[in-house]
Design a protein around this ligand. Structure first.
Ligand code: NI
Length: 172
């Protein structure tokens, strides 16, 4: 396992539509393992491959609460097959947009079809924080960030903060 570098917004790689994976091999499994380790280390509850500079359709998540057993998941080529009409609003954050949290409204429940790390086709229902997280991560695969749901003025304020953060980090 090894930690990968997490890209910070703005970065052109975070705006790209990612390509589907042809299948699941040891390189894909290694990437999933590295991404889970990177996500836990950050710490975060979700991470998408483009956030580590890999423009492929792979996401990892672990939304287990502190008092629950860890339940890491890797989803390859994930697709929302059903979304509830009921909506839910969460204060979202993103490892590519550190320390910024804003309310985003999304379907409260979704079903997602994906390949697991064994290459098996799965379909699973998500609700609560898991539903928010899986939709946020799938958005990353289409070059969409949670700040794209905010007003233009809020988005540019956050983007300017991130540009400043990147300048500060570059000086270190
Ligand atoms: Ni994110």
């Amino acid at each position: 396992m090894s930690l990968r570098n997490i890209l910070i917004h703005p970065d052109p790689r975070l705006k790209k539509v990612c390509a589907p994976l042809e299948g699941v091999d040891s390189a894909v499994r290694k990437l999933a393992t590295d991404m889970l380790e990177t996500m836990h280390d950050a710490p975060g509850i979700g991470l998408a491959a483009p956030q580590v500079g890999v423009l492929q359709r792979l996401i990892v998540m672990d939304c287990a609460k502190k008092d629950e057993e860890p339940s890491p998941m890797a989803l390859i080529n994930p697709e929302v097959t059903w979304a509830s009409e009921t909506m839910n609003t969460y204060s979202e954050g993103c490892l590519s947009i550190p320390d910024q949290y804003e309310d985003v409204t999304r379907p409260a429940e979704v079903r997602v079809r994906y390949l697991d790390v064994d290459g098996q086709l799965q379909e699973r229902a998500f609700d609560g924080l898991w539903a928010t997280c899986v939709q946020h991560e799938i958005d990353h695969l289409d070059g969409k960030l949670f700040i794209d749901y905010l007003s233009k003025i809020k988005r540019s304020m956050i983007t300017n903060k991130m540009k400043k953060l990147k300048r500060e980090r570059a000086r270190l």
